[in-house]
Write a protein of this length. Structure first.
Length: 260
């Protein structure tokens, strides 16, 4: 009888040990499961990120006096060459990239990447410049350059000494920047070489300033395609001064980046 009791005790002890081992195993599995967090569905995360990002990077820009798409692009992205994507985002309201109105509201999606299609469509939307004939190049001018005004055509004044170069010096003097002639001349020589008909075959940039799009020079006068004096007024008054402040700052950018 004593042997049976001892044997039963051993069986009970073994069963208790097995039960304790099983309990410990299940506890460890539960703990590991608790530490694992089910991942969120990838599409949901992407949708939330897109919604949040688009709200942060979408804004409205109100056109100010003197603004062009190129100048606005420079303000927004640090480069005037991004004007095609700005136009593309607003093409329904701005069919002609050269014409934007003061007070007009432009939608800006800042994270949009400019594509070749945007650039092609933007340049296709530009008014085509008048074809310059040999008569245009050989006939003597009927009058000297117009007086220095902005967006107003007035009676012609005699040509300043030195032709286009002299007129550019006169404009710089009026801004108190006559001492920066060397910087201005360096920019002009690299961009167009004082050729009022200079055209970049890749980008379409045109004239003494290599304006892009070219039609923005109409701000300085309707004869911007053939008149170097009009081009110079736009180049100095409407571009270099507002964007860079001085010709030497523009030349510094030209030297560093290959364009101004």
């Amino acid at each position: 009888m004593r042997h049976l009791t001892t044997y039963a005790s051993k069986i009970c002890a073994a069963m208790l040990l097995l039960l304790a081992s099983l309990t410990a195993f299940f506890h460890s599995q539960s703990a590991q499961a608790a530490t694992r967090v089910a991942p969120k569905p990838a599409p949901l995360r992407a949708a939330l990120r897109t919604l949040f990002t688009s709200r942060l990077q979408t804004m409205t820009y109100v056109v100010r006096p003197g603004d062009t798409l190129s100048l606005i692009a420079y303000k927004l992205w640090g480069s005037a060459s991004y004007w095609p994507k700005l136009w593309y985002q607003n093409r329904a309201e701005v069919p002609n990239p050269d014409l934007i109105e003061i007070g007009q509201k432009l939608t800006v999606h800042q994270d949009v990447i400019q594509t070749k299609e945007m650039v092609s469509l933007a340049f296709a939307a530009l008014p085509q410049p008048r074809v310059v004939t040999t008569t245009d190049l050989t006939d003597p001018p009927k009058a000297g350059p117009p007086a220095h005004t902005r967006h107003i055509q007035v009676a012609a004044d005699p040509a300043p000494a030195g032709g286009l170069q002299g007129y550019a010096q006169q404009l710089l003097d009026e801004h108190g920047l006559g001492g920066q002639w060397g910087c201005f001349d360096s920019v002009e020589m690299r961009e167009a070489g004082w050729n009022i008909y200079a055209t970049n075959p890749q980008s379409g940039a045109y004239g003494l300033p290599q304006a892009l799009p070219p039609g923005k020079m109409a701000e300085a006068g309707p004869d911007w395609q053939t008149d170097g004096y009009t081009q110079l007024r736009w180049m100095i008054d409407d571009y270099i001064i507002p964007v860079y402040g001085t010709p030497c700052n523009a030349w510094g950018h030209e030297e560093a980046d290959g364009w101004y």
